[in-house]
Ligand binder design. Structure first.
Ligand SMILES: Nc1ncnc2c1ncn2[C@@H]1O[C@H](COP(=O)(O)OP(=O)(O)OP(=O)(O)O)[C@@H](O)[C@H]1O
Length: 635
């Protein structure tokens, strides 16, 4: 039965038939609804009972989020976009795991009532068993997107809720969770079902790109289609074996649940080596012919990093020099980076969002270096670091004598400096509101006027901005102009915090190499310690910790637990989110402690770990027993 919004009269009648007369309300509600009601009754629940939104145990939440890390990261970009679309709808957005436990929430939750706000919290059990019929649980039980409106909820207490959800499957077709929008007020629906379906498809694609493959391609019947989030996707191993295909590909190619034994040539004419050659040499998209004779167009979405080929994007014609990409091994981030390069090269401004130290500036430089404007300069300006009365002149430039103390002959501003290249506006959330108006004018007209001048100077710049702040909130609080926000946000690049990244081990290796430390010096168990630390200062803090370990360990000797900073080893609480500069300073302060004091700390810690056994401690420290004895006797 196709789902339509049923009148509340039909639902009331359905409830009466089902709950009071014990008959099936066929046709009055979606069949999936009364199937869910039956399951709830089977669980011994009563429609009139009082229920509560209960969080799982507090200390289990971290484990829950860790277990679902891939799903959470894969969902982040779609949820961010969805939250933007939902700003004025009153819907909260939530992601659940496959058991219906809430993993992440977003959207205008502050407008929701108390009861809904209790439900919209990571860790709250929203399964059918816990809260009765709801869209997330029913969508997952049925494997289809569904809306559950008002009285369709099992518990009468939940009759105010309107929710629409879609299930999410991993690349192997296994259910992994659901995406849902819920509000606690009636109102018109707006194609929410297909919105949820699109969103689930986008998340599934991101999950798909996280799974290891030699090459992943997106296929479309149109040569000009560049929306990678809705295409048919196939991943191949290095000899052309099909490793995974997404739901759309299964439907499109008529393939069942299992792909085992399926090879490139079972699907396409020609051979896999031909595809790889074309990817290395040709412009994309690449025409491929199915065994049925149908001609499709392929775009490479992911290439194993050691394939140092030059990928050309047809949309912006921008070469992606994978060799200069920083260490963002996480496939979801890589995909976003590549999409951002295309967008930037095509003239769209990029807004990078992420906590402090997640690599926003590193990413901005990589976007510039790989974009169409890479031959021009990269000009970075930190909007939060320049004094209020200097920022205007610094950005826009000024004429001779524009203000007291201005340089004779005037000066170009950073915006003009960036001509032909990229302007990077860091900490854009800190830009004073009056300057936001001026910046907006410049960005719209692509012309700049220096302070105290009327001459218009033409601009040709690529724009990247970055912030660790939630610009949506700043807009709501009227501290950031919404029109500037939309002007800056041609595409959002979200950099997840380290604790949610799936490539920590790769990043550690990359940073060790950058610091000139042989990655082999860090054994697996030490890596596990690094991987279980939450890294509030993100990559900046990780780099500082590795530098610290290098200073503590002897040259070329293995890096041991006692060489890692105390916070990482859990010996003192993790630092709070300090501003970047003070974290760097912290690292420096640690590094300039007297050597003797440092040595004493390291040796004490090694002795403690080896329970006083001199041989073990010496081994840990990478020194001889005699040296350790000598040191202990002297001190
Ligand atoms: N992907 C990466 N590869 C190598 N180093 C990285 C990466 N990301 C971040 N870093 C390191 O972390 C430090 C912080 O990076 P960056 O300044 O780009 O972060 P940010 O998000 O802009 O921080 P803030 O918001 O505090 O300005 C850099 O000095 C760099 O050493």
């Amino acid at each position: 039965m196709p789902q339509v919004m049923l009148t509340s009269a039909a639902v009331t009648q359905a409830r009466q038939l089902f709950f009071e007369e014990g008959t099936l309300p066929n046709g009055l509600v979606h069949d999936a609804v009364w199937r869910s009601w039956q399951r709830c009754l089977g669980d011994g629940r009563k429609a009139g009972e009082v229920m509560a939104f209960n969080p799982i145990r507090r200390n289990s939440v971290a484990g829950l989020l860790e277990r679902n890390r891939q799903l959470i990261i894969a969902s982040e970009p779609a949820i961010l976009l969805l939250a933007k679309a939902m700003t004025c709808t009153g819907y909260g957005i939530l992601l659940t795991d496959r058991d219906g436990v809430c993993l992440a929430v977003s959207g205008p939750i502050e407008h929701c009532g108390n009861m809904l706000r209790q439900a919209l919290c990571p860790g709250v059990d929203l399964s059918e068993r816990a809260i009765g019929t709801n869209a997330m649980a029913t969508a997952m039980a049925e494997g289809l997107p569904i809306g559950i409106f008002g009285g369709e909820h099992f518990f009468a207490q939940n009759e105010t809720f309107q929710c629409v959800a879609a299930p999410i499957f991993d690349p192997h077709g296994t259910l992994v969770g659901s995406i849902d929008i819920t509000r606690d007020a009636p109102g018109a629906q707006f194609g929410a079902l297909s919105l949820m379906l699109d969103c689930a498809a986008a998340i599934e694609t991101s999950l798909f790109l996280q799974s290891p493959a030699h090459i992943t391609i997106g296929l479309n019947w149109r040569a000009d289609a560049n929306d990678k989030f809705s295409v048919v996707i196939v991943a191949f191993g290095k000899d052309g074996e099909v490793q995974a295909i997404n739901r759309a590909a299964r439907r499109f190619l008529g393939i069942g649940a299992t792909v085992s034994g399926l090879r490139y040539q079972d699907l396409f004419q020609g051979n896999f080596a031909g595809l790889m050659d074309a990817i290395k040499t040709a412009r994309h998209p690449i025409p491929l012919t199915l065994q049925s004779g149908l001609c499709l167009f392929a775009q490479p979405l992911f290439l194993k990093p050691h394939e140092t080929v030059t990928v050309r994007s047809s949309a912006a014609n921008a070469p992606l020099k994978q060799t200069v990409m920083p260490a963002f091994g996480d496939a979801a981030i890589q995909l976003s980076l590549h999409r951002s390069i295309r967008a930037l090269s095509a003239g769209l401004p990029i807004l990078i969002q992420g906590e402090t130290g997640t690599g926003k500036e590193v990413a901005a430089r990589a976007l510039h270096a790989n974009s169409a404007g890479c031959k021009g300069p990269f000009i970075a300006i930190n909007c939060g670091a320049i004094p209020r009365d200097l920022i205007e002149g610094e950005l826009f430039g000024y004429a001779d004598g524009a203000y007291t103390g201005a340089r004779r002959g005037g000066a170009k501003g950073k915006i003009e400096d960036a001509n032909g290249g990229t302007l990077f506006l860091d900490e854009i959330g800190d830009m004073p509101i009056d300057l936001q108006t001026r910046l907006l004018r410049v960005l719209e007209s692509r012309e700049v006027t220096r302070l105290g001048e009327s001459t218009l100077r033409k601009l040709d710049i690529q724009l990247i901005s970055a912030t660790h702040q939630d610009l949506d909130t700043l807009v709501l609080e009227k501290r950031f102009r919404s029109d500037l926000y939309f002007r800056l946000n041609g595409m959002m690049l979200y950099l997840p915090p380290l604790r949610l990244r799936s490539d920590l081990s790769t990043l550690i290796d990359a940073l060790l190499s950058e610091e000139g430390i042989d990655p082999a010096r860090l054994a697996v168990d030490k890596r596990l310690t690094l991987e279980s630390y939450p890294w509030p200062g993100n990559t900046r803090e990780l780099r500082t910790a590795l530098r610290f370990a290098q200073v503590m360990a002897d040259d070329l000797a293995p890096i041991l637990l006692c060489h890692l900073p105390d916070a990482v080893r859990g010996l003192k609480s993790a630092p709070s989110l300090l501003p970047a500069s003070s974290q760097q300073l912290q690292g420096e302060i640690v590094a300039v402690k007297p050597l003797k004091e440092l040595a004493s700390e390291v040796i004490t810690s090694a002795l403690y770990e080896s329970k006083g056994n001199i041989t073990c401690a010496a081994l840990q420290l990478g020194i001889s027993r005699a040296t350790l004895h000598r040191w202990l006797n002297k001190n």
